[in-house]
Design a protein around this ligand. Structure first.
Ligand SMILES: [Zn+2]
Length: 333
């Protein structure tokens, strides 16, 4: 028996679709040796500049959601243990996510929910302007707070403002507050956050404990997959011939397994477009806030379907030419 085709839950008859907008919340320098296994012997000077994407998602009844907050403004305000590591990243962040929203007429206090893909400094950003947001974090990240700054002056993770409610997303059926969907596409586990098939939080472990991806339904049978730091470069999942580095993934074996799932999703599922948090090929080619991504996603899906069917057309044409040369000779000679 061949493996069944991976699928997402289909649209319902009254399906809601969400508006997604990408925001570049800074840029940073990534070293090749921390991105690609084939580069671990390269010096720090070998690397590339990458964007730090976060996403604004608008739900008609659940309000505004941010997926990650990117870098803090001008790279300032991190715990001392993080600050001393930042030089190598050559951070650039004139406008943080709150600034960009304000310039676009969106008051940060109107954000209802912040979803963190994981708790690294370049994704946590500065949550202080989002005074009315509840936070959503992968449950496996919860123990990281035990050593967080400033309670622990040497902590690398920064405590969130004390008044923000935090919901921890567990993919263990015994502790999960939501029913577990399994499988979802090529991934093993997800939850339907609003129970309306609009936004799925997908377990994408390996890089950091509790690492989450988000699958968002933006148009009929059309999705965007916000993959966070599942990997740090497109070549690791598309076409996927470069392995992720042993230097930047807390559970390397699990992380490589997660990247394989992402690679299969990209290769086998026409209806989804993947975006990594640091995908440099998307920087300047993917529309950003205040533009919306829905039409772009639909067009990217259409382009990909066309490019995938092209080899079939070409091979069919060559088959005809090979088998019926006389027909063409008669007509064109
Ligand atoms: Zn990152």
């Amino acid at each position: 028996m061949s493996e069944s085709m991976p699928q997402f839950p289909p649209d319902t008859s009254q399906q809601t679709y969400l508006a997604v907008q990408a925001i570049v919340a800074g840029r940073l320098y990534l070293r090749d040796k921390r991105v690609f296994q084939d580069s671990i012997h390269l010096p720090d000077s070998s690397g590339f500049r990458a964007p730090d994407f976060c996403f604004l998602i608008a739900h008609p009844t659940k309000g505004r959601i941010l997926f990650d907050l990117g870098i803090r403004k001008n790279g300032k305000g991190y715990p001392p243990a993080v600050e001393k590591l930042l030089g190598i990243f050559e951070l650039e962040c004139e406008d943080d996510v709150a600034d960009t929203l304000k310039k676009g007429g969106i008051d940060p206090t109107t954000i209802n929910t912040i979803i963190y893909s994981h708790l690294h400094w370049d994704h946590v950003g500065d949550p202080t302007p989002f005074t009315n947001a509840q936070m959503i974090i992968g449950a496996d990240a919860q123990p990281l707070w035990l050593e967080a700054y400033p309670s622990n002056p040497n902590g690398r993770y920064q405590e969130l403002p004390a008044d923000r409610p935090i919901t921890y997303i567990s993919f263990d059926p015994y502790t999960s507050t939501h029913p577990i969907i399994s499988p979802i596409g090529t991934f093993e586990k997800a939850i339907d956050l609003f129970a309306d098939r609009t936004l799925y939080l997908v377990s994408a472990p390996g890089h950091m404990p509790g690492h989450l991806a988000a699958l968002v339904r933006v148009a009929p049978n059309s999705f965007i997959f916000l993959a966070g730091d599942t990997c740090h470069d497109r070549q690791c999942y598309d076409p996927g011939e470069r392995l992720i580095s042993q230097e930047n993934y807390m559970d390397l074996e699990t992380a490589r397994d997660t990247v394989t799932k992402l690679m299969r999703m990209n290769r086998e599922m026409d209806e989804v477009i993947v975006v990594l948090a640091h995908e440099k090929e998307r920087d300047g080619t993917m529309p950003v806030f205040p533009e919306e991504l829905g039409t772009w996603v639909v067009n990217e899906i259409r382009k990909r379907k066309a490019s995938r069917s092209l080899p079939t057309i070409v091979s069919t044409a060559s088959l005809i030419l090979t088998n019926y040369p006389l027909v063409f000779q008669e007509r064109y000679s």
